[in-house]
Design a protein around this ligand. Structure first.
Ligand code: NAD
Ligand code: FES
Length: 280
């Protein structure tokens, strides 16, 4: 059982939970994730470890409530508990140790970019982050990223920061001088657009993929992606890959595979996993 120690609303449908998981807090590295099961019989949800506090023994999870399981998870309050947290899973981020890095976060993907920017800044890399949201209220983790370096905020409607997609600000940054590596995490069209931007410039670009996952151990095949024409599993071979080699069309197609099941689950009357948590 993992006690929730704090809960914060970051945007209209994104919630931050700080959760007790002392061993994971101690050993996790940027880029790694956990698989969370709220209660007995609940769906397994892969979530990036957005931050950790080894002294307090907590990890930070940032959850976008998009379906039944994520809505159930963010309904938990401090003092309640998550039944299972497995991890840290996946390969840590490939980090540079000097030079200039550009970190691009689209919407909730900013939560994945944060630990990367943090690790780069700690290593002494010059970090610029570009974060985007549909409008001001959808921009997350700006203050946390400012502790890692410069930040450019973009909103689609211009209600805060620069008007436009993150790719427009990235284009200007890439024109302005040297960039040794780009990390981009967000919706598939955003990551594809960033990869298309950096490919002709020859700037190494790392993207974090979030296909559907079940076991998180390379056994079920659910998270299959195609990179450089090879079938790989995001859970054990990633989740980060060379963005210039990812088949984004396949990724987008596979992400919609279970949409009908998700919609059906969301329409079903709620069953409360806390009953399972308390009684088993
Ligand atoms: P969103 O749709 O609101 O987009 C966020 C920002 O991304 C936009 O403000 C814009 O700056 C940029 N963007 C979007 N489409 C773009 C395009 N076509 N070209 C260039 N830039 C574009 O994002 P959201 O609703 O917060 O995020 C939801 C998506 O993020 C889901 O699709 C989810 O699967 C994905 N996601 C990915 C990861 C990951 O690890 N890759 C993690 C969490 C969520
Ligand atoms: Fe099952 Fe990756 S989640 S193989």
């Amino acid at each position: 059982m993992h006690l929730i120690t704090a809960k914060t609303r970051l945007s209209p449908n994104v919630t931050r939970l700080d959760v007790q998981a002392p061993r994971i807090a101690e050993i996790r590295r940027a880029g790694q994730f956990v698989i969370v099961r709220r209660g007995e019989g609940a769906e397994r949800i892969p979530l990036t470890i957005a931050d950790s506090d080894p002294a307090a023994g907590t990890i930070t999870l940032v959850i976008q409530a998009v379906g039944k399981s994520t809505r159930d998870l963010v309904a938990l309050e401090p003092g309640e508990a998550i039944r299972d947290i497995a991890g840290p899973l996946g390969h840590p981020t490939e980090l540079i140790t000097a030079g200039r890095a550009l970190c691009i976060g689209g919407g909730v993907g900013t939560a994945v970019v944060h630990p990367i920017a943090q690790a780069l800044a700690r290593a002494g890399v010059n970090v610029t982050s570009i974060v985007g949201g549909r409008s001001r209220e959808w921009v997350i983790l700006e203050a946390e990223l400012r502790r890692c370096g410069d930040v450019v905020v973009c909103t689609d409607d211009g209600s805060y920061g620069r008007k436009g997609f993150v790719t427009e600000a990235a284009t200007d940054y890439l024109k302005s001088g040297r960039c040794d590596i780009v990390y981009a995490v967000g919706p598939v069209p955003m990551m594809r657009a960033v990869a298309n931007l950096t490919r002709p410039l020859g700037v190494r670009t790392i993207v974090s993929l979030n296909p559907l996952m079940v076991d998180g151990t390379g056994m079920c095949g659910g998270c299959r992606v195609s990179v450089d024409g090879k079938a790989l599993f995001a859970c054990v071979d990633g989740p980060e890959f060379d963005g210039h080699r990812v088949d984004f069309d396949l990724l987008a197609e596979r992400q919609t595979t279970y949409r009908e099941f998700e919609q059906a689950a969301a329409a079903r009357p709620d069953h409360d996993c806390r009953i399972g948590l308390g009684q088993r």
